[in-house]
Design a protein around this ligand. Sequence first.
Ligand code: ME8
Length: 646
Amino acid sequence: MANNTFYTTTPIYYPSGKFHIGTAYTTIFTDVLARYNRLKGKDVRFLTGLDEHGNKIQTVAEERGLTPQKHVDEMADEAKELWKLLKISNDDFIRTTEERHKKVVKRIFEKFIEQGDIYLGNYEGLYCKPCESFYTETQLVDGKCPDCGREVDKIKEESYFFKMSNYVDRLVNLYEKNPKFISPEFRKKEIINNFIKPGLEDLCVSRTTFDWGISVDSNPKHVIYVWIDALTNYITALGYDPDGNHSELFNKFWPANVQVVGKDIIRFHTIYWPIMLMALGLEVPEMIYAHGFFMMKDGKMSKSKGNVIYPEMIVNKYGNDALRYYLLRELPYGQDGVFTPDGFVARYNADLANDLGNLLNRTVAMIDKYFDGEVPEYKGNVTAFDSILKEFADNAVRNVENLMDEYKVPDAMSEIWNLVSRSNKYIDETMPWVLAKDEAKKEELGSVMYHLAESLRVIATMVAPILLDMSEEMYKQLGVKEEARNWNAIKDFGTYKFDKVQKGIIVFNRLDVNEEIEYIRNEMSKTVKKPVQEVKEEDYITFDDFSKVDMKVGKVLECEKHPDADKLLVSKVEVGEEVRQIVSGISKFYSPEDMIGKKVVVVTNLKPAKLRGVMSEGMILAAGDGKKSLSVVEIEDKINTGEEVC
Ligand code: ME8
């Protein structure tokens, strides 16, 4: 049953900084493909992960004063947490520092040497560090990196090379035989004109100037080029074995159905990746789909411009569904799109709150009111408009399926919203509130309610890969049983027997346009990388000023919640001979039990004050903004309580 499996992947991202909506976009897009195929009953494997080696990561770690391993460990936790927040349904998360990956990459490299695909030579060329890429003089744009526009370095070193020329003919043949291998089609022309026609040069595949990477077994001063290391993740994660004893997973899922990447890394995935697979004697993926980029009104997202959008901000304020909907709908298939706060709020209000949200609320409220919540049975086409809606819905399911099978998610979404609009129009046409006034029209009214419920059921399943909370809520309110929540169940409009509907929560509340645009802009401006602040002469304090603050080491003996304020904890702190009662706003981050026994820094000459009715005689020092993070300043146990802090 080879065609009942579906394997899809995202790029493995560089853990070099906080992940923004660009990275989130690719992962959400791929998540939608995985969820859709699961809905269709396929056996799905969805892989994402991190690309943790290379000079760039080593430099970032050094800047943070951490070892590369510690740095990537922290970033991996951050990535996993983000994907959890966004409810990404990946089946595996690969890190290139894992043993399961490293040992296979080493074997693959040796195999390439043994086969004569890789040879030892000398590299003299131009290297862009942020992109981890080599370029020839002719590929540079105005003497700078063609991908990121930054300065490139001249490098000379002994290196291994991959003999790309051995495979060019087979590669061109692949492009011709599998027209969908590079999608969208116009990207294929770019690749052929920019890289294949000028003559594909042998690729430098090792470095000796840094060591954060996988070393070559037979010549350990060489580190394997990060792209050779990274690209293989798609097979090492499945359990590929260079010696032929592949895992069951590998046999089942390789070749991948679609590998999703951004347009910036299409060259690596459509030239080097298939060539590596050919050299290993493996099949190539069915499709490399390269999506466009999210831009901002003033160009690329960048911290210095202060126009970066982080997914957490949108999710925490507007919900995960709103983020997914906007990102997926806003980037046309294969093209770039622009993120604007205005566009986000407009789409939220129009598509989610008004069109879909209202359709659900109105329908459930009417069934509740006119039929005590019992959805009437299907009686065929009763009103003049019934067959039109049924046909529209049946067509929508077919069109959406065809588009989703081609991974054209934004086009599929616009088809789904056509059905949403058509259903709203059906309410205006049939005017149930008029039918309800006439006992003789009871059957017509019943048919209208059934058609609306059925249309919403179809919509709930079609949006299920996209709007995770909303589809769940729709199923719940309409009373759609677990076993009917799949793609097959929506192919015959009119076949479903509903139970009772159930009024529920409103998932998308209309937003105040100006207020929310302002909020998002404000959050974006907080991302600006601020220059180190200079202190003005008049802002300095003297040593005498500083010495006025009396700080001592204290030990928390007892701690409990403040009786009247959720945010406050009340601690009894031993400071030398005395015990003081101190109230602190730390309960979001510490439970009373966490605090007991801690050695902390206490400001002892702060004027005592009552905080929400409880006396506080000092202050416990802590770091952080108090909203997202906070850490109490702790002192090593060897220092006695009552000692000065200076
Ligand atoms: O290239 N809009 O990792 P990376 C949309 N480690 N997508 C965007 C985007 C934007 N503005 N910015 C980034 C690497 N992306 C390599 C990959 S794979 C074997 C190795 C997404 O962290 C898009 O998918 O630089 C792009 O291809 C990817 O992030 C680059 O991630």
